[in-house]
Design a protein. Structure first.
Length: 309
């Protein structure tokens, strides 16, 4: 389950000086190595391991736009034999035909999984039903009672929103930025479930530059780590490649492309992103692209297909 999507990145970004703090290593060899693993995440992993004995099942939440890259094989190793359900969230933001391919791929693996849109009640029922199904296969009758679930995953995969939707209240603060949840706490859901929310934890190493850019685009990595230009330009090139009508219509473009610069200029002109001396304000365009993408305003997007093998 830890195979990574294969892909190639067209490197056209002009700015190679991404900002980072002491917890980040950003080096440049054949490609940039993007990693974000601040000290609090290592502490969070240890707390997760120490809390495993308190729960029946671990729910690992991922993003449907990139179901493998938003996984964390380090966490998988640390939770050991504890029952795990892979929860692929945000299907409402991913391309439906690609989601179907991922469903077929995950069905061939040896772990329970469920694809959900955390804002849809029927989706959430699929999640709770899957948890009960997995637990009933492993649990003795005399131990039946409230089901205790731990929710883990990368930042901004929707862990807190899932809890809020299940609990029917704002039990946790849904993150506006990665790393909002910094401590564990329990949430009671109905008469059957107790959920243990945990801080978002990144893998210690991101294998490929493009995967780091994907994680930045979906906001699993904070914008201070990679300058907005890099994921924004990647998104534009991706939209040109897939001929996205939603992208074109959102910015009222006459046509897509033919290249990154002409598209940037067209968006800047349409949205009035102009500085003094009639220069295009690319920084405003970059931030606008990221904000619109993260809100889902640019249409459904998928980064990477299931592995061929």
């Amino acid at each position: 389950m830890d195979i990574q999507e294969d892909s190639a990145l067209g490197k056209k970004s002009k700015n190679k000086n991404a900002q980072f703090d002491t917890d980040i290593q950003l080096t440049e060899t054949t490609e940039r190595k993007i990693n974000w693993f601040p000290g609090h995440m290592n502490r969070a992993i240890n707390e997760i391991v120490n809390s495993l004995k308190k729960v029946d099942i671990v729910l690992e939440v991922r993003d449907a736009r990139s179901p493998l890259v938003t996984g964390n094989k380090n966490l998988k190793q640390r939770i050991g034999n504890k029952p795990r359900i892979i929860v692929i969230n945000k299907t409402n933001l991913a391309r439906p035909e690609v989601v179907k391919q991922w469903q077929v791929w995950f069905a061939k693996q040896e772990e329970p999984f469920v694809f959900i849109n955390c804002f849809d009640k029927d989706s959430l029922k699929l999640l709770t039903d899957k948890a009960k199904e997995v637990l009933n296969e492993r649990r003795e009758k005399e131990k039946e009672g409230r089901i205790k679930l731990m929710i883990i995953g990368l930042p901004n995969t929707g862990k807190s929103t899932i809890i809020n939707q299940l609990a029917g209240k704002n039990a946790t603060k849904a993150a506006a930025k990665p790393g909002q949840t910094t401590t564990q706490f329990w949430v009671r859901v109905g008469e059957e479930l107790d959920l243990l929310d945990t801080p978002g934890v990144m893998p210690p190493h991101i294998e490929k530059e493009e995967q780091g850019i994907w994680l930045s685009a979906i906001h699993a990595i904070p914008d201070k780590i990679i300058t907005p230009e890099i994921p924004a330009c990647y998104i534009i090139e991706h939209m040109i490649k897939v001929k996205s009508e939603e992208f074109k219509n959102h910015y009222k473009l006459d046509e897509l492309g033919p290249d990154l610069i002409s598209t940037l200029d067209a968006i800047a002109l349409k949205r009035g992103c102009i500085k003094k001396k009639n220069e295009f304000d690319y920084e405003r365009v970059y931030q606008m692209i990221l904000n619109d993408f993260r809100k889902g305003d640019l249409g459904r997007t998928s980064f990477g297909l299931p592995p061929a093998k």
